[in-house]
Design a protein around this ligand. Structure first.
Ligand code: GLC
Length: 525
């Protein structure tokens, strides 16, 4: 019997940008609650909420000052309880973001840790003496630019931060840290959350000998600064597997919960996070579509490589967008974004979609004076900033797109006047209608939700595959190019869906005709 997280579709809500109800320009939990009917109507299965914990917001919630409460900006624990209750009433699961790698420097644990070398929580973080000649203990780099070591002048030692100095890394080699962080999971699991998306899961353990990372000869100016080194000693260390298995064990104390890992690693390392005998994350996020160059042959290869790399019994998953990467419509253009939607929702494995992508929202150019993202502030001007993909959800054509009655924390795309939920709802060929139809089709078919995947050989810009379960079989053919294509096929069937949403139930035999940028699903007879 498949679990909900195998059959289901995950929808990521970035709470700051979903729906504001109190006019301060930042989204909140009541806003998510008010929009639950929209999400239930879209027929997704689970909502993943980016962090809503108390935070100084240096990294917009990924700097947690208290793991077991809600930031007043987003609401209260009562609001959270109401949200989870109302989500469950609508058959929606709720997945929280869990940020175990680092706390905020305003977390009481860190405030105590830095208060003296002998404090109770000192060893909950990673402290080192300066290098023999002075300066940082080794060459490790922060993901947000510069050294990953920050000098604490009072104690004369450096602490390690994978991200901002305001995000000191916890020491997962300390059993007290593990125990305290396991209790955090239990706190939310008891409150009814259905699972966790674990932030930077592959970074949790660092080399215990603090060896220098080697330089990366492939690095070029303009690349992310941290990739100037090969993260041999700061990422994907062997001991992390035990940490993952322990997190999973805690989730498994409760029924039917899911552990999802944020992991940016090459395929062969990524799949290690399913764990020995699948004792790790049920869904190590598969980010290949975020990075793939958008052509049929490349995609065909990466899908097959992924399918082949999966350990026995492991369940696949696909991610099309998130709050850290450019939006799909910006990456591949609005026409191919429709093809991408069909790909995501017909591949084998749990799909995760990012709020607003169902409307074809674009990245928004943020003028320098409005930049919020600390990454962009520290490493400006090379396109690493994440504000462009975090702009407010576009609900209607009214003031601020229905997102807020105040001034939004990031500007809306001026296209919101036409690209919005209300307008697309009543448009039979809109992106939103396409998402509705794709989700309906997927949900109604065991071949598409749980069935097998079989590649179909094609050439040029065409990508094709079959999904099958018992006697039910679908052929999916996607034209990744901007030229029409006709291709002979041995298959016969009936058109179930075109990304153009203008062809219906046509019989198909001998030839497939695909217009420019068209994807089709055919129910095979
Ligand atoms: C993850 C989050 C990102 C955050 C970083 C540090 O990559 O997705 O938004 O800045 O971790 O917590």
């Amino acid at each position: 019997m498949a679990s909900w997280w195998q059959r289901g579709i995950i929808y990521q809500v970035y709470p700051r940008s979903f729906q504001d109800t109190d006019g301060n320009g930042v989204g909140d939990l009541r806003g998510v609650l008010d929009r639950l009917d929209y999400l239930a109507g879209l027929r997704v299965d689970a909502i993943w909420l980016s962090p809503v914990y108390p935070s100084p917001m240096k990294d917009f919630g990924y700097d947690v000052a208290d793991y077991v409460d809600i930031d007043p900006l987003f609401g209260t624990l009562e609001d959270f309880d109401a949200l989870i209750d109302q989500a469950h009433r609508r058959g929606l699961k709720l997945i929280l973001d869990y940020v175990p790698n680092h706390t905020s420097d305003e977390h009481p644990w860190f405030m105590d840790a830095r208060s003296s070398r002998n404090s109770r929580h000192r060893d909950w973080y990673i402290w080192r003496d300066p290098a023999p000649g002075g300066g940082p203990p080794n060459n490790w780099l922060s993901h947000f630019g510069g050294s990953a070591w920050e000098l604490d002048a009072d104690s004369g030692q450096y602490y390690y931060h994978s991200f901002l100095p305001g995000q000191p890394d916890l020491n997962w080699r300390n059993p007290q840290v593990c125990a305290a962080m396991h209790d955090v999971l239990r706190f939310w699991l008891k409150r009814g959350v259905d699972g966790f998306r674990v932030d930077v899961l592959w970074l949790l353990i660092k080399d215990d000998q603090f060896r220098d990372n080697p330089a990366n000869p492939a690095w070029r100016p303009g690349d992310s600064p941290v990739s100037a080194q090969i993260m041999l000693y700061t990422a994907d260390r062997p001991e992390v597997q035990q940490v993952v298995a322990d997190l999973r064990r805690v989730c498994d104390e409760f029924e039917d919960r899911v552990l999802i890992g944020e992991i940016y690693l090459p395929l062969e390392r990524l799949v290690a996070y399913y764990g020995a005998d699948l004792s790790g994350a049920q869904l190590p996020f598969n980010f290949q579509l975020l990075q793939a160059s958008w052509n049929a042959r490349g995609l065909a290869t990466l899908i097959e490589d992924y399918e082949a790399a999966l350990p026995a019994g492991a369940w696949p998953n696909w991610v099309l967008g998130n709050h850290d990467r450019p939006r799909i419509a910006t990456r591949v253009g609005i026409d191919q974004a429709r093809v991408a939607a069909m790909l995501l929702l017909t591949l084998r494995g749990t799909p995760t979609l990012y709020y607003g992508d169902e409307l074809g929202m674009f990245d928004v150019n943020i003028p320098p004076e409005l930049v919020q993202d600390p990454f962009e502030k520290r490493v400006p001007g090379i396109g690493l900033g994440r504000d462009p993909c975090r702009t407010p959800m576009q609900w209607d054509g009214g003031a601020q797109g229905g997102f807020t009655s105040g001034r939004p924390w990031l500007p809306l795309d001026p296209d919101y006047a036409v690209v919005n939920v209300e307008a697309q709802r009543s448009d039979s060929t809109s992106m939103l209608t396409l998402y509705h139809r794709l989700i309906e089709l997927r949900r109604s078919s065991s071949a598409l939700t749980l069935g097998g995947y079989q590649p179909v050989a094609m050439t040029g810009d065409l990508l094709a595959y079959i999904r099958h379960s018992g006697t039910e079989r679908f052929l999916i053919a996607l034209n990744l190019g901007a030229e029409p294509h006709a291709v002979a096929t041995p298959h016969e069937g009936t058109l179930a869906l075109s990304t153009y949403l203008d062809r219906h139930a046509e019989p198909i035999s001998r030839e497939l005709h695909l217009r420019a940028n068209e994807g089709i699903v055919i129910a095979l007879s």
